[in-house]
Design a protein around this ligand. Structure first.
Ligand code: NAD
Ligand code: UD1
Length: 335
């Protein structure tokens, strides 16, 4: 029996596959390579010394997806495949609703047809209305852009599927800010174009691809005026998926978990820690706030600790060091 990983050549998917293979799971990957490179497969093999199946398939293509279910014995699905750039989703809402929502509908239809009813889904902290600083799974929901709406809508669709058929087991994981890379430096986040997120921008400044970091606002109500987020090492996040998978395989229910560290760091905290752990100065300028940003956002992850037995192990220094190692060894990403 194998675990099907959709979006498995992407950033979080590739790190989760390493953990799955290390734990002895059989893995089948489906990805259309719209935001990832085929080279990642070799890198995963190099790290794990294990083999797995890969299908270049778009999950919107039902026939191709059915072929995967017909030719493999799938036990459960970890569903990463989706588009994730907030700004792009505002510009191209139809593309986002189609890819993320229709893609998930097609996947669930095929799962249902082949009687595979165990699913772990990549949701996001972006589904929260951000009316509290420390967010529990019960905090108020409300997305502010099409990307976030797709996550909220998919969560609702999955709840409705479970309500209609209690033999499903579904886990919704709301990630906070994944950063870092595998300690080997062989896999990491291959940001295409100008990075939107903080850590890839910092590493591109460090490697000389960008001149300086723009810090979006220094007048927030925080200890140094810059925005605070809950950064989580991608390997800790990947391990959270294994804990979630284990529970999903054994229980027929729908549950939601935050995956964050519960620790908030400001933009300047990250810049200073990066310099401390790598010895590289990051030049920066203070700019206006980025529209749509909140001042502070971090997770209350006590539910994941309690129910999944998951605990993060890596701190901000590990996140900075591993992000840098990946960037330094792969200045052009997987190219
Ligand atoms: P990623 O872009 O690196 O990986 C997603 C993968 O899905 C890519 O390899 C892409 O080619 C593939 N894909 C997209 N549409 C597809 C389709 N229709 N058919 C087949 N494959 C398709 O992104 P990531 O950072 O690894 O994120 C994985 C998931 O986690 C996404 O659903 C994302 O929304 C969610 N998430 C990410 C973050 C983050 O900060 N990285 C935060 C919260 C939630
Ligand atoms: C972004 C996404 C969010 C997604 C999350 C995790 C937006 C509006 N939100 O949020 O949907 O779930 O990533 O992937 O894109 N910063 C700078 N300079 C930069 C980049 C960022 O100062 O060049 C600051 C931001 O203002 C913020 C912090 O760094 O205070 C973190 O930013 P980022 O990495 O983009 O994450 P989020 O804002 O949490």
């Amino acid at each position: 029996m194998a675990i099907l990983v959709t979006g498995g050549t992407g950033y979080i998917g590739s790190h989760t596959i390493v953990e799955l293979l290390d734990e002895g799971y059989d893995v089948v990957i489906v990805d259309n390579l719209s935001n990832s490179k085929i080279e990642v497969l070799q890198r995963i093999k190099e790290i794990t010394k294990k083999d797995f199946k890969f299908y270049e398939v778009d999950i919107l293509c039902k026939e191709a997806l059915e072929e995967v279910f017909k030719t493999n014995s799938i036990e459960a699905v970890i569903h990463f495949a989706g588009l994730k750039a907030v700004g792009e989703s505002v510009a191209k809402p139809l593309m986002y609703y189609n890819n993320n929502i229709v893609g998930t509908l097609v996947l669930c239809e095929v799962m249902d047809k082949y009687n595979v009813k165990k699913l772990v889904f990549s949701s996001s902290a972006t589904v929260y209305k951000m009316s509290d600083y420390s967010l529990t799974e019960d905090s108020e929901l409300g997305a502010t852009n099409p990307y976030g709406n797709t996550k909220l809508m998919i969560e609702q669709i999955l709840r409705d599927i479970y309500m209609s058929d209690n033999s499903w087991g579904i886990t919704l994981l709301r990630y906070f800010n994944p950063v870092g890379a595998h300690e080997s430096g062989l896999i990491g986040e291959d940001a295409v174009g100008t990075p939107n997120n903080l850590m890839p921008y910092i590493t591109q400044v460090a490697v000389g691809k960008r001149r300086e970091l723009s810090i979006f606002g220094s007048d927030y109500n925080t200890h140094d005026g810059t925005g605070i987020r809950d950064y989580i090492h991608v390997v800790d996040l990947a391990k959270g998926h294994l804990k979630a998978l284990n529970k999903t395989l054994n229980e027929n229910q729908i549950e939601v978990y935050n995956l964050g560290t519960g620790k908030g760091y400001s933009v300047l905290d990250v810049v200073h820690k990066f310099t401390k752990s790598t010895g590289i100065d990051i030049p920066y300028t203070i700019c206006n706030r980025r529209p749509g940003d909140v001042s502070v956002c971090y997770a209350d992850s006590s539910k994941a600790r309690r129910d999944l037995g998951w605990e993060f192990e890596k701190g901000l220094e590990d996140m900075c060091r591993d992000s840098w190692k990946w960037q330094m060894l792969n200045p052009l990403g997987y190219e």
